[in-house]
Design a protein around this ligand. Structure first.
Ligand code: 13P
Length: 251
């Protein structure tokens, strides 16, 4: 059966020292209070190796926030999936709305990134979600379907390794959260789209995380929904206490 997961996305926050301290604090708290879910921190590239050095793999997973769609070569400033893997990371966030919006990442690039992540043994946390206009004009289910369908050339075996994160763009960093009902409806929709392509077993085994102003005060209600298997957390993942408060929603 699918796993419950709480993953932090630190985005472009923390210096190296601050990041190592934060990871260390989270790790210590998790060792003292064994979580009832998998916990992952996704950190800036510059922090991966150092954070890997201070966390215990048994309680805390490690991921990057992106990787290149190219395998290697003359792509100045890019970081490949193989490089991410070589730091000890196990996960990589792909298709975050900030990457789609500010860096113009499209479905074709995201498929290439996903394939390289999988080929290098990384588990993608693949983000989907509609913008406010699409929520308001009612096209949100279709928008999210097409973002998921961008991966439908993957083999069932490969698709089965993907974690999906539904992050309504209008809820990211805005303090506005989707209601638990809106989240549940979309997660059930995503699971149905996966089931139609890959069958019930893979759909039932896919963890679908909610992201968008998730905090200790609303995590329990969101995670109580049958198709919400945890969260991808931005702002509230930057303090060990609030991140732990969200993890404890599974207790
Ligand atoms: P916030 O939790 O800050 O809204 O960010 C969500 C997010 O984008 C996680 O990837």
């Amino acid at each position: 059966m699918r796993k419950n997961i709480v993953a932090g996305n630190w985005k472009m926050n923390t210096t190296l020292d601050e990041g190592v301290e934060l990871a260390n604090d989270i790790n210590t708290l998790l060792l003292a209070n064994k979580p009832n879910c998998d916990v992952i921190v996704c950190v800036p590239f510059t922090h991966l190796t150092s954070v890997h050095g201070v966390i215990d793999k048994e309680v805390l997973g490690l991921g990057a926030e992106n990787c290149s769609e190219h395998e290697k070569g003359a792509y100045t400033g890019e970081v490949s999936a193989a490089m991410v893997k070589s730091t000890g990371a196990q996960y990589v966030i792909l298709g975050h709305s900030e990457r789609r919006q500010y860096f113009g990442e499209n479905n074709e690039q995201l498929l290439a990134k996903t394939k390289l992540a999988l080929a290098n043994g990384l588990m993608p946390i693949f983000c989907v979600g509609e913008v406010l206009e699409e929520r308001e004009n009612g096209s949100y289910n279709d928008v999210v379907s097409s973002q998921i369908e961008a991966l439908f050339s993957l083999s069932p075996e490969d698709f089965g390794k993907i974690i999906v994160a539904y992050e309504p763009v209008w809820a990211i960093g805005t303090g506005k959260t989707a209601t638990a009902e809106q989240a549940q409806d979309m997660h059930a929709h995503i699971r149905k789209v996966i089931e139609e392509k890959y069958g019930k077993e893979i759909a039932d085994n896919t963890s679908i995380l909610y992201g968008g102003s998730c905090k200790p005060s609303n995590a329990k209600e969101l995670f109580a929904k049958p198709d919400v298997d945890g969260g991808l957390i931005g702002g509230a993942a930057l303090q060990a206490d609030s991140f732990m408060g969200i993890i404890e929603a599974f207790n």
